[in-house]
Ligand binder design. Sequence first.
Ligand code: ADP
Ligand code: MG
Length: 520
Amino acid sequence: MYKRILLKKNLSWGFSSQKQTSKAFMHNWNSVVGLEVHAQLLTDSKLFSGSNNSFGTPLNSAVSYFDASLPGTLPVLNRKCVELGVKTATALNCRINEISMFDRKHYFYADLPVGYQITQQRAALANDGELTFPVIIPGKKTYHKKARLLQLQLEQDSGKSLHDEELKRSLVDLNRAGAPLIELVFAPDLETGEEAASLVKELILILKCLQSCSCKMEEGALRVDANVSIHRSGEPFGVRTEIKNIGSVRSISQAITYEIQRQLDIVSKGGVITNETRAWDAAERCTVAMRDKEVLQDYRFMPEPNLPPLRLNLTTTADSLNEDLISVASISKELPELPEDIRSNLVKKYQLNQDTAVILVNETRLLQYFLNVMEHLPNIPAKLVTNFLINDLLTFCNKANIDIESCQLTYTLLEDILTALNAGTINLQAGRQLIEILHEDPTQNVQLVIKDRNLEQITDDETIEELCRQAIERHEQAVKQYKSGKKKAIFAIVGEVSKLSKQRANMKVVVACLENMLKS
Ligand code: ADP
Ligand code: MG
């Protein structure tokens, strides 16, 4: 049980506890969540211009005349962006459209010098996909959820406005202007913050796997808007609010959970929900109103006259007429193994449980550690390896507040520790100590550290018997209790043996020995 909870803890996206509206009231209400995700495509250049598309270049240094909207400049569609869009759409089981079109969406903002964004409105690159993902909540049974993907479209990013509080001026950086985005519009098929966070986590794994997006939310490479509403069972969906630009997977769960509760509180007091845009304040842990959407904004959509319709080759046979077109079939042929496949193969091949497979696949480095050990040491039980990785290595990283990616333990060191553990040369406590020692100095040799630090496990009967004798002497009370039927009293004595042996005694042998000695 302890292990299960620990395991689930490593997977939870954080659930903020709040003042609850009465359970009876909430019982009749359902919450609905629909996500819109913007993902920046990992390409060298922008969607319609040749300028640099990397994060962190000096301000306004990656801006072509087209990006700055100089009159007379024209868009040229970047083939790589279309390929990545198609690749992503294929991985998400979409119907790819043979013809898609570009439109202008008008709005007025300082970081959009031309006054419109080129996007796809009338005919998107792809529609009707779906994403199935595992939802793991501590203390609850893991389940799979499916969300329909209504639309996947190509569009331009805007520039960035920087507000200088001291000078009371707004400055504009156009490096991001025209960067390639895909927008993914999901159907309102989710119910909770945790489901939404789990969807985004799975999407991140897929996009990284496809190398279509860096998914660095802290750099704005992946941005999530969450639409949230509540309604009574059996009634139509309620009015929704939209939480814009949530900055991390954990915040997605927290923001939506908060927003559902806020709406429940309002209706329980007889209030009504207004259609508004809100923001998540991660420091204050609440959503705050940004602007209301009561007045429908008119974007004056119109066809982009400077770009012809985008045509793709949907045929599966070689076709000389379509030679220059991007072939959907050849892109789908090259799709890598996706997270869901990796997980089910792990479950099949190593008899892992679902939750374990999810944790391994969530942390690329952890999966690499696991596969490496299994490849080199096929005789070590997979369960021993996953338990050590998840309950000990991952926990060490969490406690030390380091990313697993920056853990200094090499594959070879890990293999040597596990070999010693599996052979019984050391016990789990020593294994944990070794993680710490070797993370500090990975140039050391596992065997030598075990010798130098006296970490060998004590298993020989004689020594253990002697330790048990000492422990029994020190715990008269516990011995009495044990003998009068309170079996749990043995733990106090076991703990004493462990202490006396400096955590080196083999606990199985200790328990057996104590049980034997206390029989009479
Ligand atoms: P808009 O045109 O305002 O963008 P859409 O109908 O395209 O509205 O929906 C945008 C997003 O809002 C979608 O992700 C969808 O799932 C979500 N959504 C729509 N209705 C609701 C609702 N009642 N509750 C929660 N989310 C919703
Ligand atoms: Mg929308």
